[in-house]
Design a protein around this ligand. Structure first.
Ligand code: CMP
Length: 622
């Protein structure tokens, strides 16, 4: 056997290494060509870098390993991820669809004689389906519980196939009708007088036997579900499943229609059968088929009778059968389709469910009208019409991915907060991964003077007022500022109250995380302390409570501190200057009165900015 080498193929979509036989020394030209053919065939049976293989093995390296494993097993086994199996499945799929559509029509609507075209079609498809059984005996099996280990041992494959689909495949592939005709003693004699009674009965029985071929539906379901899983993901999979369901419904309608005609035809069209009542016995097959399909669809979709109610007993039973099976399929179809459509927008559905529950809760607790209004507004503002269990989603990710996602989610905050903009990127990353998103409504007291603080806040969007003990507003802070840090730095009580003037989207940092991060970045602590001292000075409190240590600060460090302090000072001044304008613009007429205790909310998504908010929310009010 020729030794193999592995090389990377430039043309391959995933750059997957391909195995190729080493050029063997040409001894005899026939031997060379035989070897070439053999290796070509073997490479066709090997897994290629198609989607199924990449999904199963994950990496090119694993794929190469799998190829080598298959090669060393030394059997003529087709890998389920090989090109051969892919194209074979595709051909089988097309042939199956053709079979399942053509067979019932041919059996029900065409004359009793054995036309050559019909025999040729049947022989060809039967042969291919029999070959498919042989191919299945030589195709590796993907295990459900151990997806990475494909069974390549022919004995195990055969055992598995015999235990599962073999008998169904065999019965649906062997030409029972022809075997029956061949073994019928009288057939050859009666063939000349084809329309004589006995021969006719035999042919009709043969026709019934050929219905067994419809069991091939099981193969169709198998192939389609396998392809669905691998080739259609996410949204495409939902649409593909709905499309499959519709096709399945139409196929069952088609079969039922053919059966509606087949039964009276086998009875020789009695005068009270629906075919005779509609005078369709001698009509063109397409007309007969159309009426039969109409009848089947009426049973299935409308639980109706079609044009006339059944007159004969057989017709009545047939109608009943068709109604029961049709209605069951229709109900299943509706259930599946509803489920699939609902799964398209699960976050919106979850949000609506949450809102519904909250509404019921508010009614149950008989909450006052204005409180209900505030709760509803809070929900609208906080969740924007979509609900995610973000903690759970992020918990499923790897640490690195989680950090990247959180950093990305907080990018607007980082860009707008001068404290972050001038800081070390590691510090920023350390802080943002510990932030908690919170929303406050206009008038909410976020911090109460004199209390013990447990967290500080960064403002993503909104305006807050720093309120002194005498009720005077010392200053206002807006997007990009932070507050609540003095208490954490000094371990004393809050030096002022902080009140939300507009809807505020804040990120909070708990005292433990605050200390943990600042212990690692003493320069950032110093920066904060400098800003805090300035702030205290501004509101007439003693800045010495900051207990500045007399450590030497290097030049670049002092530059950073100055940059942050200046940026914050400029931002605070801007905010004060524009204070009245901002309030006018952002309050939307809301009362900025005290509205009860500070609300803290579970971790969640930063909301889109106010412009996006309105666009997003339009039409989603619960
Ligand atoms: P803390 O004392 O924890 O709680 C009240 C907060 O108001 C305080 O921290 C500061 O963050 C903030 N604050 C107090 N005075 C000013 C000021 N002059 N300018 C900006 N923010 C201030």
């Amino acid at each position: 056997m020729a030794r193999t080498k592995v090389h990377f193929d430039d043309v391959s979509l995933y750059g997957t290494p391909k195995e190729e036989p080493m050029p063997s020394i040409p001894v005899v030209s026939e031997k060379v060509s035989a070897n070439f053919l053999k290796s070509q065939l073997q490479s066709w049976f090997q897994p290629t870098d198609n989607r199924l293989a990449m999904k199963l093995f994950g990496s090119r390296k694993a794929l190469v390993k799998e190829r080598i494993r298959q090669k060393t097993s030394g059997h003529w086994v087709i890998h389920p991820c090989s090109s051969f199996r892919f194209y074979w499945d595709l051909c089988m799929l097309l042939l199956l669809v053709a079979n399942l559509i053509i067979l019932p029509v041919a059996i029900s609507f065409f004359n009793d004689d054995l036309s050559t075209r019909w025999i040729a079609f049947n022989c060809l498809s039967d042969t291919i389906f029999l070959i498919d059984i042989v191919v299945n005996f030589r195709t590796g099996i993907m295990q459900q519980d151990n997806a990475e280990q494909v069974i390549l041992d022919p004995k195990l494959i055969a055992k598995h196939y015999l235990k599962t689909w073999f008998f169904l495949d065999l019965i649906s592939s062997i030409p029972l009708d022809y075997i029956f005709l061949i073994f019928n003693q009288d057939f050859s004699d009666s063939f000349q007088i084809l329309h004589a009674g006995r021969a006719l009965r035999i042919l009709r029985l043969a026709k019934l036997l050929s219905l067994v071929r419809l069991l091939r539906l099981s193969r169709l379901v198998r192939y389609v579900s396998q392809w669905e899983e691998v080739y259609f993901l996410n949204m495409a999979s939902v649409f593909m499943r709905i499309f499959n369901l519709i096709c399945m419904m139409l196929l069952i309608g088609h079969w039922s229609g053919c059966l509606q005609f087949l039964v009276p035809m086998l009875q020789g069209f009695p005068s009270n059968s629906w075919v005779s009542i509609n005078e369709l016995q001698e009509s063109y097959w397409l007309e007969q088929y159309s009426w039969a399909l109409f009848k089947a669809m009426s049973h299935m979709l409308c639980i109706g009778y079609g044009r006339f109610p059944p007159q004969s007993l057989t017709d009545m039973w047939l109608t009943m059968l068709s109604m029961i099976s049709g209605a069951t399929c229709y109900a299943l179809f509706l259930g599946h389709a509803t489920n699939l459509i609902q799964s398209l927008d699960s976050s919106r559905r979850q949000y609506r469910e949450k809102v519904k529950q909250v509404e019921e809760y508010m009614a149950y607790r008989k909450l006052p009208r204005d409180m209900r209004q505030r709760i509803t507004e809070y929900f609208e503002h906080r969740y924007q019409g979509k609900f995610f269990d973000e903690e759970c989603i992020l918990g499923e990710l790897s640490e690195k991915l989680r950090e990247d996602v959180i950093n990305y989610n907080c990018r607007s905050l980082v860009a707008s907060v001068p404290f972050f903009a001038n800081a070390d990127s590691n510090f920023v990353s350390d802080v943002v991964t510990k932030l908690k998103y919170e929303v406050f409504q206009p008038g909410d007291i976020i911090i109460k003077e004199g209390t013990i603080g447990t967290k500080m806040y960064f403002i993503q969007e909104g305006v807050v007022d720093i309120v002194m003990a005498n009720g005077e507003v010392a200053t206002s802070l807006s997007d990009g500022s932070y507050f609540g840090e003095i208490c954490l730095l000094t371990n004393a009580r809050r030096v002022a109250s902080v009140r939300a003037e507009t809807y505020c989207n804040l990120f909070s940092l708990s005292v433990d995380h605050f200390n943990c991060v600042l212990d690692q970045y003493p320069l950032m602590r110093k920066t904060m302390e400098t800003v805090a001292a300035e702030r205290l000075n501004k509101i007439g409190k003693n800045p010495n409570i900051m207990q500045q240590k007399d450590e030497q600060i290097s030049n670049p460090e002092s530059n950073t501190i100055t940059a942050v302090v200046n940026a914050l000072a400029a931002e605070a001044d801007d905010c004060k200057d524009d204070d009245m304008d901002i309030k006018e613009n952002l309050l939307h007429g809301s009362e900025s009165s005290f509205m009860g205790p500070v609300q803290t909310i579970r971790e969640g998504l930063p909301r889109p900015r106010s412009g996006e908010f309105r666009a997003l929310f339009e039409g989603n009010t619960p």
